[in-house]
Design a protein around this ligand. Structure first.
Ligand code: NAD
Length: 240
């Protein structure tokens, strides 16, 4: 658990920040009702024929396209959810000039829904989809409503613009995220196990003053010297 003084410290860091970066993951959206991977109620604890990392791999997409879409539609393609206090606070701090950028591993678009403008989506977004043959964009609603493998008018298979395991990150997004973290005065990390690479390595580019981690349980990475607040990020942020 955390104390009043943890909240006061975080408040001071945010208030004194002029270009902080928030780096987050699936835990930021659990309070909106989207399961993460590694929590007790996360996708790893649910019984599937294959682990989520297999079903969300590029290899699986091409070899088991129908099974990929069955899982993706049921578990990843969540659009009827709202941002929670964590998303809203980050958008507010950006407007107030404390946060320069949000770097997220999430694909759910909730930071933008909450009003954040400068968002680096390391793993892409469920809201962008395109034909793998002719590159035409494809509306997300048509993927949601359909049952089979979504196909473009040209016959090509449609793929979500999400970075599957085994695929490289988008160079421009990566470059923007690294630049923002390098220039940040403070780094706030939250709702991520820091297990997924190369995303988790980006926090090593930070050269600023304070690192504050808000997470349920300690992340996988050795984070000596950082301030760690063990709690739910929406609940913690709503007290700032
Ligand atoms: P993860 O599941 O590996 O880790 C989530 C971490 O957040 C855990 O340490 C968990 O204890 C913590 N957590 C859960 N709820 C929290 C809360 N309310 N407040 C604070 N901490 C909380 O997630 P990851 O590190 O992001 O890596 C998994 C990969 O799968 C990433 O690429 C991720 O984006 C993707 N994914 C995305 C979504 C999404 O877009 N919402 C959902 C599931 C997985």
């Amino acid at each position: 658990m955390y104390t009043e003084s943890d909240i006061a410290n975080l408040r001071a860091v945010i208030k004194n920040s002029k270009r902080a970066v928030f780096f987050g993951g699936a835990g930021v959206s659990t309070e909106s009702g989207i399961p993460d991977f590694r929590s007790r109620d996360g996708l790893y604890s649910q019984k599937y024929k294959y682990p989520p990392e297999t079903m969300l791999s590029s290899e699986f997409f091409w070899s088991h396209t129908q099974e990929f879409y069955d899982f993706y539609r049921e578990k990843m393609l969540v659009t009827d959810v709202s941002p929670n206090a964590a998303h809203y606070k980050l958008a507010e701090w950006e407007r107030e000039g404390h946060i320069a950028a949000v770097v997220t591993q999430n694909i759910d678009g909730l930071h933008q829904k909450a009003g954040s403008k400068n968002v680096f989506e390391l793993h892409g977004s469920i809201y962008r989809n395109f034909c793998t043959k002719c590159k035409m964009p494809f509306p997300v609603q048509r993927i949601q409503k359909g049952k089979g493998i979504p196909r473009c008018a040209c016959g090509g298979i449609v793929k979500p613009d999400v970075v599957l395991y085994g695929e490289p990150l988008d160079e421009n997004v990566l470059d923007g995220a690294v630049k923002a973290i390098r220039a940040a005065d403070n780094l706030i990390i939250g709702g991520t196990s820091l297990n997924v690479y190369p995303a988790a390595a980006l926090v090593d580019y930070f050269r600023g003053e304070n690192v504050v981690v808000i997470n349920k349980g300690a992340p996988a990475k050795d984070m000596r010297g950082v301030t760690f607040i063990d709690g739910k990020i929406g609940e913690v942020f709503s007290q700032i």
